[in-house]
Design a binder for this molecule. Sequence first.
Ligand code: PBG
Length: 325
Amino acid sequence: MVFPEYRPRRLRKNNAFRALIRETELSPAQFVYPLFVMPGKNKREEISSMPGVFRLTVDQLEKEARECLALGVNSIILFGLPESKDAVGSGAHAKNGIIQTAIREIKKKVPEMLIITDVCLCEYTDHGHCGCLIDETVDNDATLEILAKTALSHAQAGADMVAPSDMMDGRVAEIRACLDENNFESIPIMSYSVKYASAFYGPFRDAADCAPQFGDRRSYQMDPANSREALREATLDVDEGADILMVKPAVAYLDIISRLRDEFDLPIAAYHVSGEYAMIKAAAEKGWIDGDRVMEETLLSIKRAGADIIITYFAKDMARILKNR
Ligand code: PBG
């Protein structure tokens, strides 16, 4: 006689049974693939600290979007490298700015692709901070107006959803009001509600050329030591009208994802960020870990913690593996 509690353990060797009782599934439809768009023509530049991830010129986007769709990855988030930068990030809301042009191109060529845009100024300011400054301090309230203009310009170009990542106070309300006034009531806001001041963003700042030129982002991003504060930040965003709450980074903050999952009934997104991707890639390149297995285990942990949506540079790689299974 086998003790009942041992039966599942024996059955775990059976693939069908294992699949039958599986609690967490990865689905490419719930991945969001980040794309970096740069000026110029017919160029793909690999980002040195993010092997397999490229900066693309606008003409390359159609091919990339089709490749994602073929793998079942139906959502992308766009980041832009503008032609020039200034103190107030004007390029972020320019009608013919890099992101606005990219959105129009993708919508024209691959309309079924869901386009999310990152709304922030750090890629567009010459000082690299996420807002405009008074002396060396970010001016929260003056920044709100520029962010709202930026979100509106994305919606006008055809974006399906906007994702403010700047962490200024009150930005969700300001963006919501501006979108509503301009008849974009149906555009949802995915808020980077809980964004920590993290060293895991290093490779992204290379990729998007947006490292702060002085100081750091600790006055507006969260202290990694805090978790109750995450609930306060998320509550504010919910009250201001956020439709999806995001936690960023993901793996070092699985407890935060889990807490948000318990406290809120909105969809939760997790951003598996550049440094988290780079570490797995680097160790795999050295032969120290099995990169594919660590990738899957990592993405599963994010799902298991409670995320619905995973924004990840692994979206295509993971989708390819799932497809060939
Ligand atoms: C813009 C922004 C950043 C990331 C996403 N949006 C950089 C930052 O806050 O410094 C990081 C994403 C990643 O590391 O993959 N504010």
